[in-house]
Every structure is written in C-alpha cells, then in structure tokens.
Design a protein around this ligand. Sequence first.
Ligand code: AMP
Length: 430
Amino acid sequence: MPKFQAPRGTRDLLPADMSVFRRLEDNARRLSALYGYQPIETPIFEDSAIFERGVGEVTDIVEKELFRVRTPGGDKDPWALRPEPTAGICRAYVEHGMQTLPQPVKVTMWGPMFRYDRPQAGRFRQFWQWDIEAIGDAGPAIDAEIIELAYRFLHEAGVANVELHLNTIGDSNCRPRYIAALVDYMARFATELPELERHRLAKNPLRLLDSKNERTVALLADSPRMADYLCDACRAHWDGLLSHLAALGIPVTPAPLLVRGIDYYTRTAFEFYEHGEHGQQSALGGGGRYDGLIELFGARPTPGVGFGLGVDRIAAVAARQAGSTPHPVAVVVGADPGATELRLKLASDLRAVGIAASADLAPRKLSRQLEGAARDGAHFAIVVGDELDAGQVQLRDLEAGTQRVANVADLARELERAHASHRHGDDGKA
Ligand code: AMP
C-alpha cells in the first residue's frame, strides 16, 4: 500500500489545533462586528489575471508561488488558487458596484490562502488569514483604526508585546523620485550584487529593500530613505497617521525598509511581530494602503486600506496559553455496565437544553467509567443507578470530590448553576 499523507506544506488541523483556531476566529468575528466590518466571502480560486494585477506580476507570489488550476477541458490554466484575499475582494467590490454604497465599505474575511512556497516552520502552502479591508476612505484615521483592530486582536490572542513596524512608501507622485535615488545609489554597487538583486534593481527596485542578501542589506544601511522624498500630501498623511496612532496609544517601531513593492500600494505599510521575534517567518501579519488598486479592476480610482493576519503563526503563539481544549461539563455513568440506553438518553436530554454532556457508552464497570470521566476533564459525573426509578441520580462533583442526590428534573438547572459559579472562580478557562 502506498503511504498516504497530507500534501507537503499542508497540514491537518486536529481537534487540539482547531480549538485554538476557533477561539481566534470567534474573537476575529466579535472584533469585526465591534468595529463595524461585515463578513464577505469570495471564491477560493479566481481568474489568474486577478492576482497578476491585484498582487503584481514581479512578485514572488505571482512569479513563483501561484497555484495554477488545470481544468479537464484543457483551458490554458485560466484559474489560480488565491494567494491572498485583497485582490478577490477588490474584484468583488467593483463587480457588484459597491462604489454606490455608503463609503467606506468595511469588510472582513477568514479563510485559507495558497502559495507554492518552500515549506518550513511557520511557512505553509495552505495557510489561513484573517483579513480586514476598508475601501473608499483615503485616511489616515481609518489606517489607524484598522491597525488598532489588528493590534487588539493580537494582544487578546496572547502575543506578548505586539510590535507594530510602520513605514510610508509614498505614492505615484513622490515615489518615482525616491526610486530614482535608490537605483542611482544601488547601481553604483551593481557588480557586487547577486543575479536576483540585479533583476530586482532592473524590474522592481523597491523589492531590494526586503532583500535577504547580506551585501545588499549592508548597502541599504546608507541608502536614501523614502521619508526624505515624500510629497506634501504623503507627508500630511504620514504625520496624520502617527498622531492618530498616538491618540490610540499604539506604540510605533519605525521600519524604513518595510515595503510592499508594487506601484498601486501607497503610503501606509505595516507589519506585526512579537517583541524580539524578527526572523523571516515571524511576521504575524501585515497590511497597508492600496489607493491605486481598484482602478486596475476597471473602476474609478478609489482608496483602500487593509491587513491580513497569519492565523497559523498566531495560533502557534496562542497555543502556548493554557485552557484550549473544551471539556464536557458532565459525563453520564452508571452502575449497570449494560444500561447504555439510559445513559445515552440522559446525556441527550441534557444536550437538548444546551449542556455539554457526554455519556460513557462502553459496557464497563462503574469505577472504570468514573476514571474515564475524570480523564476527560469533566466537572461532574452523573451516576445512574437504582434511584432512577424515583427520578433521581447521584451527582458527583469530580473536582470537589463531593457527591449528593439530585432530581433528574432539576439536573440541567443545577449543573448550569454549579458550573457557571465554578467558571467564574476559575478565570473562565474551563
Ligand atoms: P503577506 O500577504 O505576505 O504580507 O502575508 C500576511 C501574513 O500572512 C504574514 O505576515 C504571515 O503571518 C502570513 N503568511 C504569509 N505567507 C504564509 C505562509 N506561506 N505560511 C503561513 N503564514 C503565512
């Protein structure tokens, strides 16, 4: 038999993983609603041109990492799996005439993304993002709003000391002057640069800024800085963003080399890290402004800003926190090993009124059933025995080690009350 495995760079999210993912997703939903961002869902695959335009042709994502979809009819690879959510959302915004809605249109999405990247720790070929987009507001206050939203989410996920790395990359007005200065500076050292960096210098010089090549990085230390080339409008936007973030109490780590190396990205660019974790695979998310993107999809120029947070990486941080696996409130056990119908029915009745109950359905001795209930982390064991004829059961508090008789008719109410007061004293981690 061949050995079947999940494809390289993908993974199964097992129940323990899912409980962390769900906790993050629930919080993303709660915060999205709190900040007024509505859910949107776009297809997992799109016309490849959406990404070629919407992400940019001279990017790793499109040049090397796009999962192109082959179709049975032999169409020429017309589709690709989405590598990121913004392009699809902007396509939907234009397709459905959302410019006629009150602006900004504030939307959120949660789902898997696909990049044919070299798999390693923290880098997968299928990974999840939580995405926020605000389309139709030129900012800078809205930039600060979404940054604060991401910041709060990361903080609540348990990321210690969230670091916001922030930069401005100007706009089509002022960036060309900066790029010319950068090219001028780097061209002097062109012979020292490896092939890849020379390709970037010629095709998309801004991408030199996130080079991993040692020589390039050293040269960049003295390179021209965007901040010295901003036009008045970009300068005003940058100053406005900094003052809005200060008003919200969000500390900023300036990151002059942080770029999104594509023309329609404008002004704001940011990334989040856990303090002290700045390696290549450690960005927990990023985002920025894309004032030139919507018009590439055939609509009138419309500003936009958004972020994508990497759920897999955030989950790895969040998993370090305790209390992620849900436990049953009660397990129904019984003195008669064979009376599984009684146990199943009682658990079913409790679940019908919303209590997380399970039944021990193995025909085994009561002592074994009780051990199992304790191992599952249940708060209570409900012991079904002879008293059932009188409408009663034994209610054993497995944590307190106490036991008393309870009426079946009152069971749900009693369990709820006891479990709720227990949870309060327990930091809500049960
Ligand atoms: P990007 O659109 O590349 O800025 O990605 C936004 C965030 O998604 C990154 O900061 C990562 O946290 C996460 N991310 C991007 N690519 C991957 C990947 N291949 N595997 C896991 N997470 C990723």
